[in-house]
Each structure stands twice: as structure tokens, then as C-alpha cells.
Design a protein around this ligand. Sequence first.
Ligand code: DHE
Length: 552
Amino acid sequence: MAGLFASLSLLSLGVAQASAPAMTAAEKEAAKKIYFERCAGCHGVLRKGATGKNLEPHWEKVQADGSKLEGGTLKLGTKRLENIIAYGTEGGMVNYDDILTKDEINLMARYIQNAPDVPPEFSLQDMKDSWKLIVPVDQRPKKQMNKVNLKNVFAITLRDAGKLALVDGDTHKIWKILDTGYAVHISRLSASGRYVYTVGRDGLTTIIDMWFEEPTTVATVRLGSDARSVDVSKFAGYEDKYLIGGTYWPPQYSIMDGETLEPIKVVSTRGQTVDGEYHPEPRVASIVASMIKPEWVVNVKETGQILLVDYTDLKNLKTTTIESAKFLHDGGWDASKRYFMVAANASNKVAAVDTKTGKLAALVDTAKIPHPGRGANFVHPKFGPVWSTGHLGDDVVSLISTPSEEKKYAQYKQHNWKVVQELKMPGAGNLFVKTHPKSKHFWADAPMNPEREVAESVYVFDMNDLNKAPKQLNVAKDSGLPESKAIRRAVQPEYNVAGDEVWISLWGGKTDQSAIVVYDDKTLKVKRVITDPEIVTPTGKFNVFNTMHDVY
Ligand code: DHE
């Protein structure tokens, strides 16, 4: 099937292929690697587009009125493509002139005029062959062997180093830096809080046991060649029994043993979009475990279908498929943990899944390209409980009213599933927002904004007076580190367990000095700058307690 699919895709591009710029085998290999590391996430392996535009050499689309639309990279040509790659576009493509050399930009401009390389499929057997049980369960500690306050440990992605730093949140000291997959995307915690699971963009999944004297990788497995998400089973009686991982390539999800990572089952997500068209590459975006049912919420990007996967009987797998909108990306729970809120970024909507009834509760229209991370929940002084998302494509943060069964919030019912307020940001390019039940502050970053001053800062709103402009904190300046040529993006605010500190990554270039800047949430003053030659390209940070309990 995979072979047939690959040849069909090449056949359909046969004409375009004839006039694509020539490339040597070595050039193609180099370009393939850059494409995977830098481009596939947004444009897809088959280049059909999602967050990014379609990058096929030639494409045709029949519109609603029957007319045909045509385009493709061949039509754009090398010069135009070089400019787009180097300087980015208004549509959200970031500039690569400070990441790739001129030669690499030329290489990529030529590469994407050639037919896409289709990577091989990845079967259950492939997973089993890749599986390494480094420390069997019976040889692991029976109790915690160190004195670290595990609840306040931060798992920090060191993106370009292919490593994960575990930092003690009480002492602000690096506890251990471990090898992981390439550009780990997220870390998630076991229901017990003992294990950290990470997944690399290369599909390598690791389980790290924090009960040893020093954190130790106890098993690894490969899920495929491109992955973004993992989560454990969290329902009572199933805590940590299973782990699920979602892949971008091949488009599928895999279920493993939660403690050993032994592969159990692989399920493809290829199929029809919400518009009824077949899609060959519906990638698995965010995944979250429900606490109220033995289910995972699996968000399939290109189809816009949300799957509720029941894990009580893996042999006779029951899945509920909920139609929402395209293209599903990231999301988080509302305050009641009944509704999962997921961004459908190409539709400028947020889908709310009711995990109690197994139905779509709402599709909320928002500003352009919502990107919540996991979002942030708080009680709005005028509109009651809200969940919030920032936007990549607009200069606002949207606050969406969410239902509550608490009597005191009944008065806000009329606002439910509406954007009740938009908080003004200094520009577009937000990726993550965060607050904490004990805080009066709401934090938003803007790392994808083209202005250095904005991208290197975070913005803090006072939740007592949301009409007030946010306070700008210039994280790059506050870090005290020497200035660098490349923008050092301030990214992903994350609270400590007490909810009185906010940690921000200062994400510099691979050879720049980067840091984690820790702010006092009350005074908004810098408390600590965690920096070290090994802190290379820090991005996502996951506080153990807050991640375990979905505190955001
Ligand atoms: Fe992410 C979450 C996909 C680029 C940092 N990112 C997610 C999730 C998905 C995703 C599907 C949700 C996982 C979940 O909850 O189960 N990210 C993608 C992409 O496809 C994209 C756009 C391009 C790519 O090539 O990967 C992309 N992401 C980035 C980055 O460039 C970021 C800023 C830096 C990095 O480390 O790569 C980045 N993504 C993050 C972080 C989260 C995340 C920190 C988790 C946020 C959280 O609070 O849970």
C-alpha cells in the first residue's frame, strides 16, 4: 500500500517533475534533512500544507463554483522561493536568513520544486525492533532514592541539542541533562509523578525515572519518523498502564505499555477530512488523557476529526469520531476538566469537546490562527470562568467563556462559548499563555513576532483590571546576557508548583548563550537567571505538578 501510494504521488507529479531544477544525490540528501528538521512540521511530509502553505511542485484545486485554481513551487521559481525562505511572509512564514546559509536557502528553493520524498511506513514490528528496555520494572527503585522535591522539578526541552534538562525548581539548580530524541517536543508526566515521558521530532520516545538517585532513562522506543505528542492513561484503575504517542509520519497513533514502552498497537489516522475528501497525511497533533473516562482525546490535524479512544479493550478498540474543523493543533482543558479546547488554526476557530457526552460542545470563532499551547483558565471579573488562547496571526489574546456546574457561576451561562474579551497585545506572533489559580497575573509571549523588541519580551496582564495595557518585560535585557545577532525569543511562561514564580525560556541560536529567566510573579522582578553552556536552545518547560494536574 505504501509503495503504491508513493508511486501514485510521484506519478501525479510527473509533469512538474520534468522541469524541476536538477540536484545531485548529495544535495538532495542534505535538503531532505533540512526539510525534515525545519519545514515538515508546518508544510507536511507530502507538502500538502497545514499550518504552512502547500509546497507541491504543482497543485490544482476545484473551487465551490466549479472553477479550477492552480499553483505550485515550480510556478514560483527559485528566486521567489529563495526570498520567501530568507525573509518570510506576511502570512506567517518565519524568516530563515539567520538560521540557514545563503547556499542552504538556494538548496531548499530548488528542493521544493522537486517531487516530495515519501518516507517509509512504520509498523508495529518496526516499533518492536526499535524498543529498548534499559531497566526492567523489577530492577527500578521501590521508593524515591533522592531528596529532590519532585513536584517542583521542571523538564526543559533543549531543542537543538536533542537533550532534556531536569532542573530543581526549589534550588534553581540543574539536576541532570539527559539525551533524548531530536528536538524533543513536549514532556508529559506519569499519573504517579515519578516518570517523565518525552517525544522527539524524530519519533524517539523516552521514559525517565526520577526515583533513582539521579534521573535515569529506563526505556526508549521509536514511534515513526516524525512525532509531537504523548500522554499516559490517567483514569482510575488505569494510571500509567498505557502510553499513547501520536506521529506526524506515518500518520498514526501507537499504544504502548506505560512503564516499559513495549509496543502494543498501531492505528492509522488516514481517512476523510471534515469536508469529505480523502487525506493521505492526517497527522496526529495534540493528545490528552481524560480523567473522567478511560479515554484519550486524539486531535487529527488535517482531517479536523477528534478521536476519543477508549483504552479499556485494546483488542476491540472503540473510538468516537467527532467532526470539528481544520487544522487541529494544540489545546488544553477548561477549568472543570470536562471540555477539551483545541485550536483549529486554519479555520480561526477553537473546538470544545465535551468529554462527558463524547460530543462537540461548540466551535468558537476567534481571531486569526489561535495557538493556545494548553491555554490558561481564570475567573473573569465580569464574565466568570474563561479559557484563553493567544494568536499567531493576530495581536490579541481571546478569552472564551466556559460552562461551570458551580452554582455561583450560573449567572454567566449566557456567555458560554463566546469570545467575551480580546486582550490587546503589541503584535501578532504569540505562542503560549499562562496563569495560575494563586496568581493575579496573566502571561503571554510573542516569540514569532518579527520585531526583536517584541519577540524578546513577555507581556503580563493584571487580571483585576484587564482593560489596562500589559506590562512588558524584556527577557533578553533582564537576563543580563551579552547581546547576540540572532533574536533570542522569549518563550513559554511556566509556573512553579507554588504559583509564585514564572519561568521563561530565552531561546537563542545554537551557538548563543541561552537562559531560563525566573521572575517573581508578584513583583515581576527577576529572581534568577539559570544559564550554563549546556542550556542550548531551551524552549518548552514542564513543571511536574502543574503538568500532572493540568494546572494552567
Ligand atoms: Fe510545538 C506543543 C506541533 C513548532 C514548542 N506543538 C505542540 C503540540 C503540537 C505541536 C501538535 C501539542 C502537543 C500535545 O499537547 O500533545 N509545534 C508543532 C508543529 O507542528 C510546529 C508548528 C512545527 C514543527 O516543526 O514542529 C511546532 N513548537 C514549535 C516550535 O518551534 C516551538 C516553539 C519550539 C520547539 O521546541 O520546537 C514549539 N510546542 C512547543 C511547546 C509545546 C508544543 C513548548 C507544549 C506547550 C504546552 O504548554 O504544553
